[in-house]
Design a protein around this ligand. Sequence first.
Ligand SMILES: [Zn+2]
Length: 368
Amino acid sequence: MADLAARPRLRDSVIVQADGGTLLFLCLADRTVKKFTCDEFVKDVVGLLDGTRTIDEIGALACGGGRNARARVTEVVEILAGERLLSHSAAPEREFRLLGEARAEFYDRQLRLLQDFCDEGLSPETSGAGLQRRLGNSTAVVCGIGGLGGWVALALATAGVGRIRVCDFDRVEASNLTRQVLFRTADLGSSKVAAAAVRLREANPFIEVEAVDRRISGAGDLADVVAGADIVVNAADLPTPNDMAAWVSEACWPDIPHIMGTGYAYHIGVLGTSIIPGRTACWSCVRAETFADHGRDGMETVVGRREKAGAMGALSGLVGNIVAWEAIRILTGLEPALGDRWSEVDFWPLEIRSRAVPQRPDCPTCGR
Ligand SMILES: [Zn+2]
């Protein structure tokens, strides 16, 4: 509280309007509105909360100061802090510049968002620059760099995840270009990871990109791919989605958070689930919950999944970017949204549906 109040500053996402004895705080960050009765002194104080003045200076300026000004300003500041209307940083731009001028300029708008997460109390960090540093010190692995992984990698790159490792074995084909955002017509026939690495480095010069051109046929093939990762996103579906998921999860367990089960086909985008060892249900719990639906796990396949599912870039990008947002939450230490649940976007009504995925108490992998 003392730090917050030294040179108090309203959050940048807050607009204040007055009507007579009423003050309205419009919080653009989450669309909440807070209403207070006030007098001219309080209105003056609120107008002076820009992080450049001490409590005493504000007291001297508001309505010309007067008796008990300091105590009255302190009371206003404490109420506003309690309502999370004040920033945790008196001079955020000065803290942003500690990242270096070029980075501060590149990440400017993102830093303002990250600062607001801090101001909202969503992170133990008090500065958006602190969250940006966490991203910069992180390593993310994206397995499969196609219609989903490409968007994920691009969003993580532009967000400033310091090291991104992409893994795929495929070559760029014409039918990829409607939705695989990292590739251009000039890349046809090229290695996907090589083309992706070029594009990601162009997108953000402040990060490192590593390309692993490899066909995966077991968890052992992934040991060096996931080594040192802070998050692994599985967006690969070859040889089969289930095999790939099992291998990625095995390679990551029990040290590395991984986002699993993502995909898209026709009207449905699968956001999948976040698996954070020690905190959430593991992949075998997820499989036990979702793969036996309709008792179909024991059934014989008469007509199987077709090789080519209907898809569009606008929709695969929607899924990929939500998955990237989840990865960013995990990397910055913000609360993940997709743990212990299985979530899908229905593109037609444009709704996200989730079902709970409980951790099985007797699970041989994650059970306590
Ligand atoms: Zn489990």
